[in-house]
Structure formats: C-alpha cells, structure tokens
Design a protein around this ligand. Structure first.
Ligand code: BT5
Length: 249
C-alpha cells in the first residue's frame, strides 16, 4: 500500500502492467471517475507525445495520468502543465537532481529531456468536464540509443537505480500541493515558481510552430500559458504552440 499524504490526487490509483497509453485509458474512464484518480502503468505500448509523436515507455519509468475536474473556466487549463512541471522539478530535487523547465511541457536535466507532460481534456467554451494530465518521467528505464543525445533518466544522472514507488509517491504529493494552490487561484505564485525553474526565460530561443519559425528572446510566460518572445525589432509576441530550442547552447 502506498502511504500517501494527499487531499485530492491519488485517492484512487489504478495500476496496470501494460497499456497502450495511460492518457487514452484515463480519458475512457474520466467521466465516471472522481477527480484525483491516477492511472499508472509499468509499460505503455503506444505512449503518446504531442501531435501523434510517440513517447518511449519501457519498464522502469513512471508513466502516469491524473484525472482532474477543476471547477474553473477553461482559460486556466494551460497552468495545469505548469504545476505538473513544478511538481516534477520538486520531485527531482528530493532525489538530489536539478531539473529545469522548458516551455511548454518538458523537464530537462543537463539539457536533456527527463520528463514530458501531455495535457488533454474535454471542455466547452465556459466549463471543464475533465482534464487528463499525463506525465512521463524516465526513472530507471533504459533510454533507446536513438534518443541518447536528447533524453536522460534519473538512474543515468545518479548512477544508481531508485525505488520507482518512492518517486511516484513524491510526485503525487507535490502534484497535490500545487493543485490545491491552483484551485485556490494562486496563479501569480505558480508563474513565479515556474519562471524560477525555467530553462528558457532570458534566453535566445528558436521556436518551430505549425506555420512559422520564430527567433527571439524569451522574456516571460503569461497567465494564459503562452511564452512571450521579444523579437529583434523589440516587438513582443505571444507564442501558444511550438517546439523551443535554446540558441547558442
Ligand atoms: C511530450 O511530447 O513530451 C509528452 C510526453 C507525455 C508522455 C506521458 S507518459 C504518460 C501519458 N500517457 C501517454 O501516452 N503520454 C503521457 P512531445 O513534446 O511531443 O515530445 C515527444 C518527443 O520526445 C519524441 O518525439 C521524442 O523525440 C522524445 N521522447 C520520446 N520518448 C522519450 C522519453 N522516454 N524520454 C525523453 N524523450 C522522449
């Protein structure tokens, strides 16, 4: 039994040995579940990233999805990715690892991706039915050769394996703490903390979106989840989607 100290997150935990995707599984059951229910799997056969990219999910990693039903306007949904990244960074810190957040959904260690976050949801223009927050954290799993330049695990950083269940417990507790702050409307605190751990703020970045590529300096994040870029001519532009790479690093 997991001895959890949480108010909402993890009151019910569904553990599966092997599943296509914990996010897909969680979405299927989300309407019937109370918020806080967590789906966790040893292995994902078809772990998903954004835009149909795949997320490599062999045994040894933490692959989980949390069902949330915040009674808030959908405009506040992007901040759920921020609180997830904060919970991951704090969890890493508990194990002596310094993580940095790369907008919008990555946590990096030594400039390599240790965690990806995928938020999906069902909502109308003015209310949220549910949000599924998917978190993939490389813990003891092997990183495939073709990702070794861009991905890293906690085991690789520390040089030894750590109990997956301890990482899971820590992450659920941190997520619970940040989710309570989120429900309490502590958005300024969330943005400030996020910025404190950001790998992008103050840096020159290149952002590849669906239709355009932008180069500029990342100066801030906004309450609506966007990244604010100062362009060469000094104009500010809000970016809502894209892949960021840090320049001159
Ligand atoms: C993400 O997408 O980073 C979101 C990943 C979310 C995974 C979790 S696991 C639990 C839940 N269930 C799911 O099915 N998904 C969620 P994106 O920013 O699009 O990044 C995807 C890219 O990351 C891939 O194209 C690879 O380059 C890289 N990648 C794949 N597997 C990785 C891994 N295990 N570690 C680090 N990088 C990886």
């Amino acid at each position: 039994m997991l001895d959890l100290n949480t108010k909402i997150i993890g009151k019910k935990i569904i553990c599966i040995q092997e599943v296509d995707s914990t996010n897909e599984f969680a979405k299927e059951i989300a309407s019937q579940e109370k918020e806080g229910t967590v789906v966790v799997a040893d292995i994902q056969r078809r772990g998903k990233g954004r835009k149909l990219r795949s997320w490599v999910s062999p045994k040894g990693g933490l692959w989980m999805s949390v069902i949330l039903k915040p009674n808030l306007h959908p405009e506040h949904m992007p901040k759920l990715v921020f609180i997830s990244a904060l919970a991951v960074v704090e969890t890493l810190a508990e194990f002596g690892i310094e993580g940095k957040i790369k907008w919008p959904n990555d946590v990096l260690v030594n400039r390599k991706k240790i965690c990806g976050i995928l938020s999906e949801g069902k909502y109308s223009t003015d209310s949220v039915e549910y949000v599924v927050l998917g978190i993939g954290l490389n813990v003891n799993n092997e990183i495939p050769v073709d990702l070794l330049d861009v991905a890293i695990s906690m085991k690789d950083v520390l040089g030894f394996r750590i109990p997956l269940v301890e990482v899971f417990r820590s992450l659920l507790e941190k997520l619970d703490k940040w989710y309570l702050r989120y429900l309490d409307g502590q958005y300024a605190l969330i943005l400030e903390e996020w910025k404190a751990y950001s790998a992008v703020i103050g840096r020159e970045v290149r952002i590849v979106g669906d239709k355009e590529e932008i180069i500029g300096t990342a100066v801030d994040v906004s309450d609506d989840g966007s990244l604010i870029i100062a362009l060469k001519d000094g104009a500010l532009k809000k970016i809502y989607y894209g892949d960021v790479s840090l320049r001159f690093s």
